[in-house]
Design a protein around this ligand. Sequence first.
Ligand code: AMP
Length: 176
Amino acid sequence: MNIEELKKSVRNIPDFPIPGIQFKDVTTLFKDAHILRELTDVLYEMYKDKGITKVAGIESRGFIMGPLLAFRLNAGFIPVRKPGKLPAAVYEETYSKEYGEDTIQVHQDAINPGEIILLHDDLLATGGTMAAAVNLIRKFNPQKIYVNFIIELEELKGREVFDSNVQLDSIIKYAV
Ligand code: AMP
């Protein structure tokens, strides 16, 4: 299976959740056993030689491929969650969205200094959520941060908000 075939399996839902948004529904990738395996294999090939010690998934669609990939990489998995969900002491990062602000949190004992972290989410739009997650993970002084998305909406230029210390990759790209 090639990337174009993976792309065909993403369901597009026009005007969801609000008019003007072309919502990329990844559940149509995950429900198919063959595609789910293919996706996991593609991700594994991308990161198998990077020395990743932990995969950090962003709530909630980063909680699907994140643990699958962590398992394949023989790495740990840590959740980056919305406020009030994690039970122990947290670090947090607040960031601006189109309307208002949002906060994400991670447990203070989730990462040791010098670890190599792969941050994963389903989709890169403006990059605001993931940029906040990178800032959050930097509090732990990791050796290196990799950032991964299944889907990248290139016209929103989300990758431009990341500096060159972060290696960002996506699997399926939409030009418009
Ligand atoms: P952003 O912070 O703008 O990069 O937004 C990324 C988050 O919003 C991801 O967690 C996505 O799941 C979600 N998201 C934004 N735009 C879309 C879209 N067109 N289709 C599906 N999910 C989206």
